[in-house]
Design a protein around this ligand. Structure first.
Ligand code: GDP
Length: 375
């Protein structure tokens, strides 16, 4: 009996080709979370840019402090969350703002506030991960830090370098030059060159774009090249919609003309939006998990195991110094010592595994970027 072609097809079909769709369906159902930290002194256009990027109004109830308040003020952390939906895909965006950053005469505490916020989120995640209910852990870790550089300097300032140096091993830093419409094309180019030079001279490693896969199409490769070449992004933001040549555009009206925020000739706004939302959001999350969080976790485990070792030593000393005590007490001490030994052994195993994993990631990154990465 002859078989029909469709039967042959069904017989050869196992079904795992639908795996990507299954993953897709599950992820869409679960929704996505992304946390963005914005850092930079006030007035650099941070809130305007965030509103322009996510087409929202995250800052409608904002109150500006007066001069006296600003002198005294210490940096705070303000968290705003917005649920966005696009073609059935839900994104919970959290923007962590640091009002007061660099405003006070003494801005030493500014970096401390940022670093402790990032560490605190890692710590919380670590605690949740080690707890009993690991199914519904909320990921509040900072996936990207947009660091605003003013357009009026000649390059990075000492305070920028100080902060970036303290943050670059904890979070993916992406530099943006705010209010770039203050500069002409040549000035933008020069400022970008000087910033990149400063970073190199100070051995600072910002977020590294992954290499583009060779099987990607040419348009994607071209887009990837352009994104990489634009760093640090020189951006312009605006909350105003203007009409230019019959088209509605987000822009800034000046007596001599309109700056169209979305025009690549005027600013890198579209490139930043493409990078942050369309092409690299997942990689920013993966790097946070695989590099920054793993680093934090390794440090935590090493601290815990050192603590356990100290405790063990203390227990041993106590048991030796106790006068030929009761059998029951000794056996209790032995039990505790065994418990500690087991704990230490577990911690050390975990630590070795993590160090191995970090080494692998490190090697892979080095191969990709052909340069040394600090992790
Ligand atoms: P933030 O304090 O850093 O959040 O700054 P804001 O977003 O509140 O902006 C401060 C002022 O700068 C406001 O008057 C904005 O309209 C203006 N502004 C925002 N973005 C830009 C920009 O890209 N270029 C220029 N020239 N002005 C801007």
């Amino acid at each position: 009996m002859s078989k029909t072609p469709s039967f042959d097809k069904d017989r050869d079909y196992i079904g795992f080709a639908t795996l990507p769709e299954q993953v897709h369906r599950k992820s869409v159902k679960r929704g996505f979370e992304f946390t963005l930290m914005v850092v930079g002194e006030s007035g650099l256009g941070k809130s305007t840019l965030i509103n322009s990027l996510f087409l929202g109004d995250l800052y409608k109830n904002r109150q500006m402090p007066n001069v006296e308040e600003r002198i005294e003020k210490t940096t705070r952390v303000e968290k705003k969350t917005m649920d966005i939906e696009e073609r059935g895909v839900r994104l919970r965006l959290t923007v962590v703002d640091t009002p007061g950053f660099g405003d006070a005469i003494n801005c030493e505490d500014s970096w401390r506030v940022c670093t402790s916020y990032i560490d605190e989120q890692f710590r919380q995640y670590f605690t949740d991960e080690s707890g009993l209910n690991r199914r519904n852990i909320q990921d509040n870790r900072v996936h990207c830090c947009l660091y605003f550089v003013p357009p009026w300097g000649h390059s990075l300032r000492q305070m920028d370098l100080d902060l970036i140096r303290r943050l670059h091993r904890k979070v993916n830093i992406v530099l943006v030059i705010g209010k770039a419409d203050c500069l002409n094309k040549q000035e933008v180019r020069k400022l970008k060159e000087r910033i990149l030079q400063d970073l190199e001279d100070n051995h600072i490693q910002l977020y590294q774009f992954p290499e583009c896969d060779s099987d990607e199409d040419d348009d994607f490769k071209q887009q990837d090249r352009e994104l990489k070449a634009s760093i640090p992004f020189a951006v312009v933001g605006s909350n105003t919609i203007l009409e230019v040549a019959g088209k509605k555009v987000r822009g800034r009206q000046y007596p001599w003309g309109v700056v169209n925020v979305e025009d690549p000739e005027h600013s890198d706004f579209i490139k930043l939006r493409t990078f942050l939302i369309s092409t690299h959001m997942q990689d920013l999350k993966d790097t946070t998990q695989d590099v920054h969080y793993e680093n934090f976790r390794a440090q935590c485990i090493s601290q815990i195991s050192q603590h356990a070792l100290r405790e063990r030593g203390k227990l041993k000393r106590d048991s030796i110094s106790s006068t030929n005590g009761f059998d029951a007490a000794i056996s209790e001490t032995d039990r505790l010592l065994l418990q500690k030994d087991e704990e230490i052994r577990r911690m050390q195993d975990m630590l070795t595994q993590m160090q191995e994993k970090l080494k692998q990631t490190h090697l892979m990154e080095m191969k990709k970027n052909d340069s040394v990465i600090d992790v």
